[in-house]
Design a protein around this ligand. Sequence first.
Ligand code: ADP
Ligand code: MG
Length: 260
Amino acid sequence: MPVLSGASNVRLVTVKDVSVKLGGHQALNNVSMSIDKGEIVTIVGPNGSGKSTLLRCVIGAVKPEIGTVLKAANLKIGYVPQSLAIDPTLPLTAGRFLSLPHRRPSKAVADALRQAGAEDIADRPMSGLSGGQFQRVLLARALMDKPDLLILDEPTTGLDQPGSADFYTQIEQVRRETGAAVLMVSHELHVVMSASDRVVCLNGHVCCHGSPEIVASAPEYRALFGTGTHGALALYRHEHDHHHHDGDACDHDHSHLESH
Ligand code: ADP
Ligand code: MG
């Protein structure tokens, strides 16, 4: 993997001062963040806060008017979009779905399904899969080309809490096995906390960010998020534009973004 900087961490992606307008709406405002090799970075934020737009900037589908998105040379990205509709009347098995559109070899399909924890469902029709199985097939598809960076947009939508927890455990295993970095959007901060190296809280701008340990151990975090599902709800009730003082729950030290 080529290195973007001389720092000890291998930087895969640097988003710097990015602003994006969509149809006259300021979707992203001066957003900076980064992803290092092998890191799991989770983006949280309310609906419409620009999470999907930020991911689309990283994959290159959205071009920022202002700011830059730097990627390591030859960076391979596996992307799972927020929603993917498959015609339920199509007689499409999971294995066939993965072999499209390039008629990929069945060995590659089997490997990807195994890495995604779905080796036993290759011959099952896509329309008959459970939510968790469907997401694992999408994960397998993103793993097909052995990406350096996996980008997952709300991959656990529609799963119950144990299903989501299982999925994040699978993501950690993928990271362990493949070394891929992961950039994902999640609503379930309380579930994803232990699996994330860093959390970025977005509301058009970066509201706050930091390691989950720092965020989780802070009294303000505990007051805001608590434990269990109440914490997830609290995320949507908290005021994203409020000012954070030093020592607040969210780490406002951006120096690690600029020091590379
Ligand atoms: P999130 O993923 O956090 O829910 P999005 O990145 O999808 O948010 O969208 C950010 C904001 O930009 C939303 O308010 C959305 O309505 C708006 N938006 C997205 N795409 C367009 C578009 N093509 N034209 C105008 N507004 C858009
Ligand atoms: Mg979205």
